[in-house]
Design a protein around this ligand. Structure first.
Ligand SMILES: Cc1cc2nc3c(=O)[nH]c(=O)nc-3n(C[C@H](O)[C@H](O)[C@H](O)COP(=O)(O)OP(=O)(O)OC[C@H]3O[C@@H](n4cnc5c(N)ncnc54)[C@H](O)[C@@H]3O)c2cc1C
Length: 414
């Protein structure tokens, strides 16, 4: 079909928006991308751990997790934290989260995360063919390790991954040491995901993809979009100063998407899991690949900026300030794993966009046929950038994807 007269506006230039833009341009659409900031400046797509993790289909809502929550919240080394002033606002989200902790619901999410995760790397390869990523994407796998506590949970995860067909290689102590000799021997065992990759600088990759988008004829406008209206079913999007008309629009604002979807008369329970990073500049040589210590749920990724230490799931909304205690938690955890680290730098807080069933929303709005969504990719939005863009561009072009896309529809919250 000829889409050369169909003008699409994409709101949000994180990894979702940029990848969607590229796949839409490939089909011949005219595309304008909007962001309130310069692309990659402050988004989750800038500060993440850089994992391309096609194996990571098990959601956080799972039967064993519920019983672990109180201990995790009490622990000063653990990954979970709350901003108490935000708890009342989040109660409806928590209730939906708990409902999704049944084995049946967890397996549903795992199955449909696996469906798209399995296609994530080939979809990126289609985009990476057109940019120079040398030195920016490493194919050295990703390693998770754990100590001898909570071994039942580890067994559970291994079994679920086996059931859904996610590739994994179990590691003993010696194998962990052989792969990452600098990690202190605090571990009992681990798992290695050989096909996983990592970004050495997510922002640089995002900007390369953005430059490709512009080179291929995409337009960018720096505007904070506040209002969506319609004229004859066609969307009109507005910032304080400007107004723009489109045939169709796509909302890819990550954790900020709810401000716009609420205007579409949809009660989408999007919230955020706040996450943090710090850098130990010049110390990326201490590990060869991302290493995650599961008992404390934090990770270390060797990047151009240094050793990036990433973690924490903090429930506290979009407006609360950064928590110094969570930064200290990352510093202490990194030093628990590695000797000789210097003073850290670059304290960063980012917002994972998370729905209470841990599936993203990819597809049309429930009420407006010319409005599409791609957001809510929680811990995996970096991995799922290209594949979500590919799927949503097929949907907008009315083409068959041969995938079961119903589970990602916003209708599930109707
Ligand atoms: C600490 C941390 C570690 C992570 N690690 C990983 C990882 O290793 N692997 C992985 O796969 N995922 C990871 N993630 C998750 C991943 O980073 C996110 O899911 C993903 O970046 C979300 O991309 P996005 O494009 O949807 O949103 P964002 O990257 O947040 O982009 C949204 C964009 O929309 C813009 N915007 C918002 N509102 C408006 C508006 N009204 N008008 C105009 N523009 C607007 C924002 O400025 C922003 O640029 C991590 C996240 C965090 C926080």
């Amino acid at each position: 079909m000829n889409f050369q007269k169909t003008h699409i506006g994409i709101i949000g230039a994180g990894i979702q928006g940029v990848c969607c833009g590229l796949f839409l341009l490939k089909k011949g659409f005219i595309v304008t991308l909007f962001d309130k900031d310069e692309p990659g400046d402050s988004s989750a797509s800038y500060g993440n751990a850089g994992h391309f993790s096609p194996y990571a289909s098990i959601p956080l809502n799972r039967p064993d997790f519920l019983t672990d929550i109180p201990a995790m919240l009490m622990s000063s080394t653990g990954p979970l934290a709350l901003k108490w002033n935000y708890v009342p606002k989040m109660i409806p989200w928590f209730l939906k989260f708990i409902k999704n902790c049944s084995t049946k619901n967890m397996m549903h999410t795992a199955k449909y995360m696996h469906q798209i995760l399995d296609l994530a790397l080939p979809a990126y390869d289609e985009l990476f063919e057109e940019i120079d990523i040398s030195g920016l994407v490493e194919k050295k796998g990703i390693m998770y390790i754990w100590n001898n506590q909570n071994l039942k949970s580890r067994e559970f995860e291994i079994n679920v991954r086996d059931k859904i067909g996610a590739e994994q290689q179990l590691l003993n102590k010696q194998e962990i040491h052989d792969l990452e000799p600098n990690i202190k021997k605090i571990y009992h065992a681990g798992v290695f995901y050989k096909k996983a990759r990592h970004a050495r600088n997510p922002k640089k990759i995002l900007l390369k993809l953005f430059d490709l988008f512009i080179k291929k004829g995409g337009k960018f406008k720096k505007n904070n979009i506040e209002i969506i209206n319609f004229s004859n079913e066609k969307p009109i999007i507005k910032s304080t100063e400007n107004s723009f008309n489109f045939d169709k629009i796509l909302i890819t604002c990550g954790a900020f998407s709810k401000k716009l979807t609420d205007q579409m008369n949809e009660k989408i329970p999007l919230d955020t899991e706040r996450g943090y990073h710090i850098h130990f500049k010049g110390y990326d040589h201490l590990v060869s690949r991302p290493v995650v210590f599961l008992n404390r749920a934090f990770g270390m990724t060797p990047m151009e900026q240094g050793l990036r230490v990433v973690g924490t799931v903090e429930f506290g909304g979009l407006d609360n300030p950064l928590s110094k205690s969570r930064i200290n938690n990352l510093v202490n955890n990194a030093k628990f794993m590695l000797d000789g680290l210097p003073q850290h730098e670059d304290e960063w807080l980012g917002f994972r966009p998370t729905l209470p069933d841990y599936l993203p929303i990819i597809g049309p709005s429930k009420n407006y046929k010319n409005v599409f969504y791609s957001f809510g990719h929680h811990h995996l939005g970096w991995t799922l950038g290209a594949i979500s863009g590919k799927i949503v561009s097929d949907m907008i072009a009315n083409e068959n994807t041969n995938l079961d896309l119903k589970p990602y529809s916003s209708q599930r919250f109707a």
